[in-house]
Design a protein around this ligand. Sequence first.
Ligand code: NI
Length: 267
Amino acid sequence: MNSQQFFEALWQDYTRLTPQAATIQQLFRDDGNSIVNDHVAFRTFADSAISLEQLEPHILGLGYDCFDEYRFAEKHLRARAYLPRESLQPRIFLSELLWAELSGESQQLCKAFIDQIDPNCVTNAEVFWIGRLWAMPHWSDYQSLLMESEYAAWLSIHGLHANHFTISVNVLKDDSLNYVNDLLRAAGFALNTSGGLVKGTPLSLLEQSATLADETMLTFADGDQHVVPTCYYEFAKRYRDDSGKLYQGFVADNANHIFHSTDRQLH
Ligand code: NI
């Protein structure tokens, strides 16, 4: 599978879970823009058959190099960012949950999911949209994870999928987050307001905003159905550093706020 086939299949899976994404792309096209994706992001469990180390060879095999590493102490995550060596494909941001840092109860829940993973599922790049590799959790276990780690709760019910795609604001006809946010709000999309509508500043070389995740109804192990968040769309504007080089990395403080895009909405 080459990187173009990879991203086409990934996009199909993502828009199935996140119908707003296709509508948003069309909204920007109809306003006279061409669409380039800045990055896609994935969530997974550390110390498992689908850990960052296990998944990384597929990313390298698609023509990418790792260029930076991140640690989100408060959210118990670590992450790596990858740049394509030649193609114009999006950057890849792969994070993993350091579940051994969670409470005993959450650790037991994560361990139970991980123990069910068939290692043979990880042998090709299609693993990135394979979904849940363990039985659906009970609603009470999902709620318990949610109290401690929204990331763990999201991962427990969805498994592996693109958590978000991100439109590059730099190539839009008006390359400002204000233009993006105004167009989205006028079309009725709800935005992530954690840390303000725009996360980051030109000084930090990266500004981002994001929609709130779509929602879907899932059946939990108890047989009960509940509405849960799926995935969201993100927007990123990159600035040039003092040497004139376009910033390629990610900013932990922005990401901390962006992670709230999959928080459960109360309505
Ligand atoms: Ni992102």
